[in-house]
Design a protein around this ligand. Structure first.
Ligand SMILES: *Cc1c(COP(=O)(O)O)cnc(C)c1O
Length: 370
């Protein structure tokens, strides 16, 4: 992923520096409001990353030691790690082949009386079935955290993915569609939950540094609970505000490039590219292709592409196959293992040209003929 950063972002960062307000301040507040509006959430609370946002979301829901939290193994490892940060136990569930996402059935298959919450991921930008998962977790009386790290600009049921979530966490890492360098956001609809999140990201303080600064009276803050420093800086938010303006255009361009990949790949047997699910649209943050009866093995395809200057990547990782999770009891995750081992992610970024796509697909066509 090559981030789309221009002179406007450079200017905005410079202005923040010149203003003298570089830590969390007015630009963070503005970024929170504009982002929340964009994704159809009541409140946005900016944080240092999606990972720290997921941590706070679990703290918000009161998840702790003794609790189980169901997560997809097929995700960036931060999803599972967040569960361990609060002392709870991650339980891996399988995903469906077409979307790479948890379903009501895959969650139900590993649910126990200790299940306290689910972290469902809008994987690679492909929305999960928000209506089905929100209803099921509601019926079961367990929490649902939406890992929307990849989902800015994706939609489900005609709304932004993440709109209507109890709590969703977003990422602005440079590998996502829009970036602030590092950075994240937690969105909620409930004002009290937003206030708690603001406190949790700022040492448990009952007054923000910005409010204290704005007050004409001396303000004596109190520290209401043991919390964290997970703040975003105003320099990052300044960049983020410019990036928000680019989001619709970036997503439209990604979807055009994806449509062109679909046309080019249609004529090649054994390649199944990711598509929009019936209930929504993906921002195509990751354009993955499943090898399904392709004559060349995945790693060999990656090596051939690399040898000809194309930096494709392996499919989405599976946390349960990593040493950090070797102590988790063996689970059967056949679809997860198939997707992680037999898919690859093709280059898709704002600077990709039609010629680049022809060249990349030309290599795949040649390999298909072997
Ligand atoms: C990128 C990503 C994260 C982590 O985001 P950071 O902002 O880098 O902490 C978490 N979950 C998923 C699904 C991701 O893709």
């Amino acid at each position: 992923m090559i981030p789309m950063l221009g002179e406007e972002e450079a200017q905005a960062a410079a202005e923040a520096v010149r203003s003298g307000w570089v830590a969390q301040g007015p630009r963070v507040a503005k970024f929170e409001q504009e982002f929340a509006t964009l994704v159809g959430a009541g409140h946005g609370v900016a944080v240092s990353s999606c990972t720290t946002g997921l941590h706070l979301a679990l703290v918000l829901l009161g998840v702790g030691p003794g609790d189980e939290v169901i997560v997809p193994s097929l995700s960036f490892i931060a999803t599972a790690n967040a569960v361990r940060y609060v002392g709870a136990t991650p339980v891996f569930a399988d995903v469906e082949l077409a979307t790479g996402n948890l379903t009501v059935d895959t969650i139900d298959a590993v649910r126990t009386p200790r299940t306290r919450a689910v972290i469902a991921v809008h994987q690679g930008g492909v929305p999960f079935d928000t209506v089905a998962l929100r209803k099921a977790t509601d019926d079961w009386g367990i929490g649902l955290v939406e890992d929307a790290a990849c989902a800015a600009g994706s939609t489900a049921y005609g709304q932004p993915a993440g709109a209507g979530a109890t709590v969703a966490a977003w990422s602005f890492h440079p590998r996502k569609v829009i970036t602030t360098g590092e950075g994240g956001m937690v969105t909620v609809d409930d004002a009290d939950q937003a206030a708690r999140l603001r406190r949790l990201r700022e040492h448990g303080m009952n007054v923000s540094a910005a409010d204290r600064h704005a007050s004409k009276q001396p303000v004596l803050e109190a520290y209401l609970e043991t919390a964290y420093n997970y703040r975003m800086t105003d320099i990052q938010a300044a960049v983020g505000l410019v990036q928000l303006g680019r989001l619709p255009g970036l997503v439209a361009q990604r979807r055009e490039l994806a449509a062109r990949y679909h046309e080019l790949l249609a004529g090649i047997d054994g390649l199944v590219p990711v598509r929009d699910p019936a209930y929504g649209t993906t921002n195509y943050q990751s354009f993955w292709v499943l090898l399904d009866g392709f004559p060349v093995a995945r790693d060999e395809v990656l090596a051939e592409l690399a040898a000809r200057g194309v930096s494709a990547r392996r499919g989405i990782m599976a946390a349960h196959l990593e040493p950090a999770y070797a102590d988790v009891a063996p689970v059967s995750l056949p679809v997860t293992e198939r997707l992680t081992r037999e898919s690859l992610i093709l280059p898709l970024h704002h600077a990709l040209t039609a010629d680049d796509q022809d060249y990349i697909v030309g290599i795949l066509r040649e390999l298909a003929g072997r």
